[in-house]
Design a protein around this ligand. Structure first.
Ligand code: SF4
Length: 215
């Protein structure tokens, strides 16, 4: 009979395999054939049986789609700076789980911006992924889609209000604490300038918690 940790690892390995073979958005998209993913799906997620920190992002961009490495771009560099960790630590699956709201690159909209995470992904996979990682002690919910799922009705009307309200999600008495963050994309540089409390108040607490959970 398998020991509990071996069972957990076997469950995670099976989940990783099932996700790797997922073709829902190509073959049976929710909104019909016209909305099918215009390229071969390539799910990118780091599911871990040991990490205490979960980075809940949005969806891979083209560069991540091509490399298969999450946050392997300028946004990732900014995120690692926020967390105050090296690339080596960031990509250590025993330290960080990295699970976006949509596992595959969703393509571009008419203006050349990344489309939102595919609607199909979270309902199909997220509950199972979270159940497979009961050891997670802090969720870093990046952007509105991750905040909507991980905070539910506790989310405020706008992303800014939700991030401003970060203390109330971090200090909860039940469930996994959540730290709400904006997306580290260059598109949010103006937002960061306009909201200096993010770097002055939130980032030091983020770094303290990351240090604690990595030790
Ligand atoms: S985005 Fe999610 S649901 Fe869609 S094909 Fe990729 S893994 Fe499957």
């Amino acid at each position: 009979m398998l020991a509990k940790t071996e069972q957990d690892e076997a469950l995670i390995a099976a989940l990783r395999r099932d996700i790797a073979y997922c073709r829902i958005c190509r073959d049976t998209p929710l909104k019909g054939e016209a909305d099918c993913l215009p390229h071969e799906p390539r799910p990118v997620a780091v599911i871990s049986g040991k990490a205490r920190l979960l980075i809940a992002g949005q969806a891979p961009g083209l560069r991540v789609h091509e490399s298969g490495l999450p946050f392997n771009d300028a946004s990732g560099n900014r995120l690692r700076d926020w967390l105050n960790v090296s690339r080596e630590t960031f990509y250590d699956a025993d330290r960080f789980a990295i699970v976006p709201m949509g596992f595959c690159f969703p393509g571009y909209d008419a203006n050349g911006s990344d489309l939102p995470p595919r609607l199909e992904c979270a309902p199909r996979w997220r509950e199972s992924v979270m159940q497979a990682m009961p050891q997670i002690e802090l969720v870093l919910a990046i952007g509105q889609y991750a905040q909507a799922w991980h905070l539910g009705a506790r989310r405020m009307k706008t992303m800014t209000e939700t991030v401003q309200n970060w203390r109330s999600y971090l200090h909860v008495n039940q469930g996994v604490p959540v730290l709400a963050l904006p997306h580290p994309s260059w598109r949010n540089s103006a937002w960061l300038k306009k909201n200096p409390w993010f770097e002055g108040e939130l980032l030091p607490v983020l770094r303290q918690n990351v240090d604690r959970l990595l030790s």
